[in-house]
Write a new protein. Structure first.
Length: 185
């Protein structure tokens, strides 16, 4: 194997390791931040999804978006109800269906946590120049295209459309998952 190929493989390996370490540190820091608000990561992800959706959703919707099984999701919701951050109701059309939505306190807490996270990110990036931020943004867009393209087996316009659709995940993950499951179109 050529020396240039070995060097490139070693650089890619270092980049891969850096991403793994960044994810690990980010996950730990995120858990610590949430702890100060009295939440676990699964509780916050559930609360944030409900808050973004802004209307009642089913337990099935929540298991889809959080990737938790039904019994785990029931426990998460039980604790959030006890904390008065979400409330359960029954569907008026099918009494077997449990609907969940945030309370005003739950929506406010989700907003506060998001705001604090953004402030921390802004503080951490103050030393970056506009050029640094542009380079980082372009590299992250490239990585997103690479990973989504492989995960979904998409290219060109289909890949661009999927990445555009992924922006919905950030604004309303429950709606996005319904689109993914072809429940809503």
């Amino acid at each position: 194997m050529a020396v240039a190929t070995l060097l490139k493989q070693e650089r890619i390996k270092r980049i891969h390791h850096a991403f793994v370490v960044l994810m690990m540190i980010s996950k730990r820091r995120f858990a610590q931040r949430l702890q100060s608000f009295g939440l676990t990561p699964p509780q916050f992800i559930t609360l944030a999804a409900l808050s973004a959706h802004q209307k009642p959703c089913t337990m099935s919707d929540l298991t889809d978006v959080t990737f938790h099984d039904a019994p785990t999701m029931t426990g998460i919701i039980d604790r959030l109800v006890k904390m008065k951050l979400v409330q359960r109701t029954r569907s008026e059309t099918d009494r077997r269906v449990v609907l969940v939505q945030t309370t005003p306190a739950g929506s406010e807490l989700a907003r506060q946590i998001e705001e604090q996270s953004l402030l921390d990110d802004f503080d951490g990036c103050t030393a970056l120049t506009d050029e640094d931020l542009e380079a980082m943004e372009q590299l992250l867009k490239y990585m997103l295209r690479l990973l989504v393209g492989r995960y979904k087996s998409l290219t060109d316009a289909d890949l661009d459309a999927e990445i555009e659709k992924l922006q919905l995940f950030m604004t309303d993950p429950i709606y996005y998952m319904k689109l993914e499951d072809d429940k809503v179109l």
